[in-house]
Write a protein that binds this ligand. Structure first.
Ligand code: ZN
Ligand code: ZN
Length: 250
């Protein structure tokens, strides 16, 4: 920003907005002295600043951010020949539960009283990129009203839009990634505090247990009693077999 620009923004603009006519006259004079080029340059700068200001002001909630993202994604889908239907998008856990690990969900039109696809983006996601990436996946579901799950029709749309990988968890590929990163830049920060969920420990299928080879009776073993050896089957009164990992390290 040159000196004239600083002058315009810092001095002239406030003067122009004030009432006393003498000041206004003075402002007008200085204003006319600015070159046309500089004025257009300034107008551009101001409109850009205003855009950022308005955007910063308008995106205060995750829903606003998500809906704005949908609008920015519409042309991308349209260019591939697909129309994003009207959608409602919220930040929320999926119906499969907090610990399901599912990061997004799209509901069919018929499941909502307003006949509009309802999308939920998990609050466990941390970065704006993860959010928009998941949003694209869910929008693909919205395009076919979730009729084809992750089948061939879904795959066709997903690949065209730029998603890759196993379709259940299809995410942005090398072409889509930079586009989404750019959109994320334009959207600004996702107004969000992500929820930290501790995932359930995967069941250890190899945990030590004892099994009766006569009747099949099984009991899980406590680690501290492994040295005692396998118990006696209450039915057959024979020593049961060791099943799973009876190693101390396990
Ligand atoms: Zn999906
Ligand atoms: Zn038995």
């Amino acid at each position: 920003m040159g000196f004239a620009n600083v002058l315009f923004v810092g001095v002239l603009l406030p003067l122009l907005l004030q009432n006393p006519s003498s000041k206004r006259e003075l402002a007008k004079k200085i204003f006319l002295k600015l070159t046309v080029k500089r004025i257009s340059e300034l107008a551009h700068l101001l409109s850009f600043g205003l855009c950022i200001l308005l955007r910063m002001k308008s995106i205060q909630t995750r829903e606003d951010w998500l809906l704005e993202a949908v609008e920015l994604l519409r042309p991308l889908f349209k260019a591939k020949g697909y129309l994003i239907p009207p959608v409602q998008v919220s930040c929320g856990f999926t119906s499969t539960g907090v610990r399901s690990g599912h990061v997004g969900q799209c509901w069919t039109k018929s499941s909502a009283s307003n006949e509009i696809n309802q999308i939920f983006i998990s609050p466990t996601l941390t970065t704006p990129f993860e959010v928009i990436d998941t949003l694209v996946h869910e929008l693909v579901h919205a395009v076919d009203d979730c009729k084809n799950k992750h089948g061939p029709v879904f795959k066709k749309i997903a690949l065209k839009v730029g998603l890759v990988g196993p379709m259940r968890g299809a995410t942005a590929g090398p072409v889509l990634k930079p586009i989404l990163l750019d959109l994320v830049q334009r959207l600004g920060p996702y107004p969000h505090g992500h929820i930290k969920v501790t995932m359930r420990k995967p069941v250890n299928r190899n945990r030590p247990r004892a099994k009766c080879k006569e009747c099949g009776y099984q009991v899980p073993m406590l680690k501290k009693f492994l040295t005692f050896g396998p118990p006696i089957c209450p039915v057959d009164k024979v020593e049961m077999e060791q099943v799973g990992n009876w190693d101390e390290e396990c």
